[in-house]
Each structure stands twice: as structure tokens, then as C-alpha cells.
Design a protein around this ligand. Sequence first.
Ligand code: NAD
Ligand code: UDP
Length: 313
Amino acid sequence: MRRKRVLVTGGAGFLGSHLCEKLLSLGHDVICLDNYYTGTRANIRHLLSNPYFELIRHDVTVPILLEVDQIYNLACPASPVHYQQDPVKTIRTNIQGAINMLDLALNTGARILQASTSEVYGDPEIHPQTENYWGHVNPIGPRSCYDEGKRCAETLFFDYFRQYGVDIKVVRIFNTYGPRMDIEDGRVISNFINQALHNRDITLYGDGMQTRSFCYVSDLIEALVLMMDSATGFTGPVNLGNPEEVTIRDIAQEIIKITESCSGMVSCPLPTDDPRQRKPDITLAQTVLGWTPEVGLEEGLQRSVQWFRTGSA
Ligand code: NAD
Ligand code: UDP
């Protein structure tokens, strides 16, 4: 395999830091670009002494010229709490960031992968979600800055592909969890583990009967690399996630069990436009990428709890 120069935007975040690690282990030169909006230097500190790792503090909304062979575009806050903090910035990151990275791909001939999301399906009316479903998204709600931003980024990717022939890959990532999630980011797994470890009440939003499907981070990273290295012309979009669907209440019970916590559960208001159900149909990823997630929910949660307890998985 030829050593490639790979740019990871959002490389100091949860997924980005695992991806940088994986790409280095495969023998690539990795440039991690991040403005530390939600990511931290701590996430990639252990990579700084690697001579094939470079770190650039930069905002994707500003153009940049770098000579690279591949671009993974992950820069964007991912938790509802973070992306709703400054919604205009979230849209700018999604759209201006995508344009800048696509222009970079156009100018350098690099292949570019977009980290899109299951949120493009909104509150889905078909279940499980397949890639040909166009979604059910509120364009003016509090989640829209993220959902519509990601949808527009997908549009841009496909327009650069059709209009300029840019070599694109688009993946739709479903809820992913694991070590290095930000404990304060308000996402369900980090919130529940944090609450359980401190024997505080678990905050169930609504009745807790809404569902999600959670993918362990190592499985997801495997799939990102497989997609980037897939045949030319296979653009996606491809769903990436673990189809094991659970209610949020079940997740709370499982985390209480694993942590042997004394926490109870408390009901809190359901956030506006919170999707009722979500589960990926991953037939396309299985068929074309030969990928199926391997880490089950119980094992993944155990590893995550261990990390939140000790700082190592
Ligand atoms: P994260 O918040 O941990 O990481 C995002 C990274 O992007 C952070 O390091 C942040 O500092 C950086 N960033 C944000 N805005 C930036 C900007 N303008 N310029 C440069 N860097 C910027 O989130 P994550 O969970 O690692 O998500 C990574 C990507 O995957 C995001 O694009 C997200 O939308 C997508 N995704 C994640 C999930 C998930 O469950 N984790 C699900 C679907 C999609
Ligand atoms: N959730 C919850 N309690 C929390 C945090 C989240 O019940 O403390 C619920 C939330 O309402 C949603 C699900 O868990 O139905 C997943 O939320 P998260 O923010 O992790 O991801 P997303 O909604 O983007 O899938």
C-alpha cells in the first residue's frame, strides 16, 4: 500500500481522534485539522510524538490549501447541546466547511468523504431507514441547523461530483458511542454513564420509549476507512450504524446494571423534534463494503463505562 497524505477535519473530536489513530496504524501521513470547538488536544495528545502526525489549528469555514490524497470531512459539533449553542455557526461549518473542503478536493484531486448523519432522515416515517428514503425533517426547528446543514452538505457533495467530477464518498452515521465521548456533551450515553457513576437520577427525556441504534466506535471507524477505500464511482450515501435497536429506557437500565449504580430515573421534557425511532438498514454497507458491526451493546457499554471510570478502555 502507498503511504497516503490524509486530512481529517474535526480530527481532535470523538470520532476524528479514533480515525487519526487508525489511519496512522495503517501507515498513512495524517493531518488533523480542528478549531477545538468541541474537540480537545487531550484527545490526540498521545499522537503528537508520531512523526507522521501533524496538527493544524484551523476553522473549516476559512479556505485552506494543503496537498493531500484523501479528506475525511468530520468537522461539525455532533451533540444537540453543542450544535444548538450557536446554530448559525453550525450551519456555516456544515455548508461553508463543505464548500471549502470540496474546493480543496477539486484543486488537489483528492478523494473526499463526508460524515453525514442519520439526522438527514429527521423523524422518520419508514423504519428501518434505507438510503433511498428522503426523510421527514423540520426545516425551521431547533435541530434544523444540524439536520438541514448536513442535508445541504450532501447536496453540495453530489453537485461537485456531477458538475466537476470530484471523487466523493458520503456516509450517514447513526448514533455512535465509546471512549473519548465528551462527558459534558449532553448525549444520551455520556449523560447516563456520568449520572450512573455518581448515583444521580438518570434523566429520561419523555417516556423513554423512543428508540435509537448505537454503534461502538471501533466498528464505525472500520467502516469509514472501508468506504474511503471503496471502488471509484461508489459514492454512497451509505448508512453506517449498528441495527440493534433499543429504547432509551432500556439503555438507562443496562447502564445502571453495568455500573451497579443506585440511580433512579427521572422524567424530563422531551426536546422539540426529538425523533421517535431510528434504526439503520445496513444492507448496502454489508453488500458493498463487506462490513457488519461486531461489538454488541453490552460489551460496548462495558468498555465505555471502564473508560469513563479510569480514562482507558
Ligand atoms: P465531536 O464534536 O466530538 O467532533 C467534532 C470535531 O469537529 C471537534 O473536534 C470540533 O472541535 C471540530 N469542529 C467543529 N467545528 C469546526 C470548525 N468550524 N472547524 C474545524 N473544526 C471544527 O463530534 P463527533 O461525534 O466526533 O462527530 C464527528 C462527525 O461525525 C460530525 O460531523 C458529526 O456530525 C458526525 N456524526 C457523528 C455521530 C455520532 O454519533 N458521534 C453521528 C452522526 C454523525
Ligand atoms: N436523551 C435522554 N436523556 C438524556 C439525553 C438524551 O432521554 O439525558 C434522549 C434524547 O431525547 C433522544 C435520545 O436520548 O431521544 C438520544 O439523544 P442524543 O442527544 O444522544 O442523540 P440524538 O437525539 O441526536 O440521536
